[in-house]
Design a protein around this ligand. Structure first.
Ligand code: RIB
Ligand code: CA
Length: 319
């Protein structure tokens, strides 16, 4: 079984992703670490603890992580959509209290917990990061000696040609900490798969699909119950009642490599303070191109069989 760490900012789609990870027989979920993002880290930490309690995983330690990005711009960052607009004030569509009982919080904070798991593992550890990448960048900076013991990063974030969801240009996780995203995407030698909006926005769940999932059992019912604000935001924004579960697609890839089809592309990040802040720049000239600032190629997930991904989510979440 592959040792797995999930770094997360739950988050409605994070909840679907954590359920997939917690219930997957193929992986050994060694730790969950939390980060600022959809809601404050205090809330993302409580949500992660409650979600693991709901999924019957009190064995998985939860390490609280960064409450703010590496570089905190004093002025307003470009972008209007806040996490709470989509995920609700509590991050779980107002239903966080229905989840639990919350598992204990680890005495180790996120970076120390990740380091402890990596040091103790006999096999390379996969890290799936589905919120802003602040903890990951900090781990790489604080413990460069551990890089060679990380098997791969699977990152939900960025966009190549799709544009932004939190601003005209930026995807939420990268926008949440552009400097961290640049450090992880360009400053590491760890094999990295990036799952961008170009793909995740094509794999959506309708209200009918969620109704069906709710009828399959307690996990499906709990997950479907978080949909209200999320589905309303997507309906208002895209005109059809369907929601993208970005993070769940990334976790399916982390658990079953090859779920998505990837293209090797150098990817850099705009860390300016202008309207493009948080833009991910994929060099479509291909990996052989002279990439911006020498960014190394990462595997960018640009395609998948959406029906097969939905069917796999159903299989894993319907108990
Ligand atoms: O842009 C989508 C990402 O931002 C997902 O991780 C979602 O949970 C939000 O955090
Ligand atoms: Ca997330």
């Amino acid at each position: 079984m592959t040792p797995l760490i999930v770094d997360t900012d739950p988050g409605v789609d994070d909840a679907f992703a954590l359920a997939v990870a917690a219930l997957a027989p193929e992986v050994d979920l060694r730790a969950v670490t939390t980060v600022h993002g959809n809601v404050a880290v205090e809330q993302t930490t409580e949500n992660a603890r409650r979600l693991l309690g709901t999924f019957g995983r009190p064995d998985v330690p939860v390490g609280r992580g960064a409450g703010r990005p590496l570089v905190h711009l004093l002025g307003r960052r470009p972008g209007r959509l806040s996490g709470a607009d989509v995920h609700g004030d509590d991050g779980l569509g107002g239903r966080s209290g229905d989840f639990g009982p919350p598992v204990d919080e680890s005495e180790l904070r996120a970076v120390a917990l990740m380091a402890s798991v990596i040091e103790a593992s006999e096999e390379p550890v996969t890290i799936a990061a589905i919120g802003p990448f602040t903890n990951i960048a900090t781990l790489l900076s604080a413990r460069p000696d551990l890089e060679e013991r990380i098997g791969r990063f699977v990152l939900m974030g960025g966009s190549i040609a799709y544009g932004g969801n939190v601003s005209a240009a930026a995807e939420f996780n990268v926008w949440g900490d552009p400097e961290a995203a640049r450090r992880v995407l360009t400053g590491s030698s760890v094999s990295t798969t990036m799952v961008p909006l170009d793909l995740t926005m094509r794999i959506t769940l309708t209200g009918d699909w969620l109704d069906g999932l709710a009828a399959t059992g307690p996990v499906g019912a709990a997950l479907a119950s978080t949909r209200e604000a999320y589905l309303a935001a997507y309906s208002a924004r895209f005109g059809h009642a369907a929601m993208a579960v970005h993070d769940a697609v990334a976790l399916l890839e982390a658990i079953t490599p090859g779920t998505v089809s990837t293209t090797p592309l150098p990817v850099d990040v705009d860390t300016s303070t202008g309207p493009g802040r948080g833009t991910t720049i994929g060099d479509l000239r291909g990996a052989e191109a002279e990439a911006t600032d020498g960014a190394r190629p990462v595997e960018v997930a640009l395609d998948a069989d959406a029906d097969a991904v939905r069917a796999e989510l159903w299989r894993r979440l319907s108990g």
